[in-house]
Design a protein around this ligand. Sequence first.
Ligand code: BGC
Ligand code: BGC
Length: 871
Amino acid sequence: MKAATALSCLAGGSLAAAGTINPANKIQKRALQTSDPHYPSPWMNPDADGWAEAYAQARDFVSQLTLPEKVNLTTGVGWQGEQCVGQTGAIPRFGLRSLCMHDAPLGIRGSDYNSAFPSGQTAAATWDRGLMYRRGYAMGKEAKGKGINVLLGPVAGPLGRMPAAGRNWEGFAPDPVLTGVGMSETVKGTQDAGVVACAKHFIGNEQENFRQVGEAQGYGHNISETLSSNIDDKTMHELYLWPFADAVRAGVGSVMCSYQQVNNSYGCQNSKLLNDLLKNELGFQGFVMSDWQAQHTGAASAVAGLDMTMPGDTSFNTGLSFWGTNLTLAVLNGTVPAYRVDDMAMRIMASIFKVSKTTDFDPINFSFWTLDTYGPVHWVAKEGYQEINSHVDVREDHGKLIREIAAKGTVLLKNSGALPLQKPKFVAVIGEDAGGNPNGPNGCSDRGCDDGTLAMGWGSGTANFPYLVTPDAALQARAIEDGSRYESILSNYAHDKTDALVSQANVTAIVFVNADSGEGYINVDGNMGDRKNLTLWKNGDDLVKRVSGACSNTIVVIHSTGPVLLTEWYESPNITAILWAGLPGQESGNSIADVLYGDVNPAARSPFTWGKTRESYGADVLYEPNNGNGAPQQDFSEGVFIDYRYFDKQNSSVIYEFGHGLSYTTFEYSNIRVEKSNAGEYKPTTGSTAAAPTFGNFSTDLKDYLFPKEDFSYIYQYIYPYVNTTDAKKASADPHYGQTAEEFLPPHVLDADAQPLLRSSGGNSPGGNRQLYDIMYTITADITNTGAIVGEEVPQLYVSLGGPEDPKVQLRDFDRMRIDPGETKQFTGRLTRRDLSNWDIEVQDWVVSEHKKTAFVGKSSRKLDLKIELP
Ligand code: BGC
Ligand code: BGC
């Protein structure tokens, strides 16, 4: 970013109203999608369900603050200014230490004596709400023990539009309901443990390529603006916004806005997304924080609904900020209404009070920047030498839970009777993916390599392993116990030795293969976050074919960040079982051994479809800019038809469908019934908000905002709320300083009077109109374990909404049930009004269409033997 752009703190930049069109760009092929302006930015509702007490506490706190103190809450101190990946300014006068925002969605990033949990995607594969909650709770507890205030997860963006997208594993599944459950359970778990959760990345953050200009330029792409995800209103509501609504409904304290643009307006200054969808419609009462360097303007982002900028500097280590000093100035000169900064402070403090109850936090006892015990607290400034890492062991007995989640999240895709293993005579384990990384489990920074067994992807969504039980270690231990012979070849390329080993008599060959992906700032073997292809890495297909060519009992275990193409070999009769073990975390080997040997009877279900070709998925990653040097344009023209919805629409055959997974026992489904509830008519919300409240007074004299003269030591590159001169233009470092809101911001940004409530909004109830969550129908079915051993089954409830534009079926509810052999249990699934509605773009609300609606219960999205019409 050039200095001039970086410093235009108060200038509008690309506002929500206007598509960003670079005039120099001659290849303007089409009119770009735009995003409507929605102002003013909604202020908090202090009476919102679940928030009233927190808002009362926040009001007491915020009312006492000066303007700079409020600004301090909203603005990060700058990259590497403190110990966490992001921190805000402190308010020493009231004993509030700097708030710590820290990664990530599967455990604590970059620290020690923490646990490495299974990925979100693997947790989704359990289809087990209780496990998802316990995972969130355990991660929250660990974060709290390190002094973290906001844990930067869970992830619903990416949702998983494209199977090759780099960060799908951080989230849950390309299905809004399964992801919504993952979001809701993780948020509740994390926050019950006393740490604020952060639903990210809001929204349309479906690929890594072109998510940031600098990153893309580094990869040789000459673009000047980030990718624009072009999403229509109906698709937004029925697919991408859905799981965020669940997170808001679960009380999530923060939401992270995304790097890329949506409809040609940046995620962190898009008033349609932040003001209208998130705050007006969903009634979100917490705060919106920017992704790291995703803020591009000062006043414009403030009035569009951003509440906290992270890490606070314009770009890493500039020492300058769009907010900090400039937010103070913007309030003083009237470009940003004072109530907006009050609202930011209120939202931040209410989230903290809601979740932590107190401001007496545990100390931050680690440093993201080093594992050393002593070092500078202010990392980039090299100031404040002291103990910065106390190596606090926060793991408790989470290893057991991790083992359980990964085992229960392992999908048995194929089994022709080879499994479970019963004291096999000779076990031969083949493949690099069964062994360790020669440089240790944490040998690559942010796991940016694919060496040894794959137990998490790469990027900011990683944690350091406290240990990593490899499949080789666990399976060997098991073999010794059983008196089996055991040999492993931990290479994909030892062809002759492999042939010789697996062609011996009595071999049970277990081949481990993988496919990795991650975040865009790391390029692993030409995969810039997003995968280049959907094939196995390191000649995995050849390895599988080689082993199964020589051994008639070949079991394949896949660790991956999403689907891979099994097309060439899955039907081979020599391949007697295939398992997808996802990204299992630290107990990898134990978890897979539990499943292979039947200590855990598998019941996981694939959280995505296994297609035969890459093309069969429809939507794909955009790898080459398609708009000259302007923002690459990615049209989500398939609408809601991603993953199974797309395959079903195309009537195309797949290898394993969404929801597929086998067990070592068998189940039969019978007797579907439906019961209609008395939900009553849908009542659109009416009425209006209160006028914008303000809290406390502030001086309008710039002199009062000069850097303090006493008891103050300036830290290099730190972002402050003060001015260094009473010449506002100089203090702002903004060449455009002096424009007023009216001159460059859209109408209504300053409005402070009562605003009408959206009919689709929830009044006091976060998550949208509360009647959307009324139960309309209860569907039951009988599930019988017809096999000889106890097992778990995941009955899935789908609906057809019946319209010509509707997917054939859509998942709406599910359960994971333990059933004894011979026993019959009743499955109960519920259909809410939202489950049966479409988003009507004219009415701007959810509407149940006239079309005939049908409910289905079955074992997967394509095994729906029971069906019943809804009366
Ligand atoms: C990622 C976020 C992450 C943040 C802080 C960004 O690059 O997109 O997911 O929370 O960095 O590490
Ligand atoms: C995949 C690449 C990957 C490579 C790593 C190849 O088979 O196609 O995407 O980078 O394996 O070895």
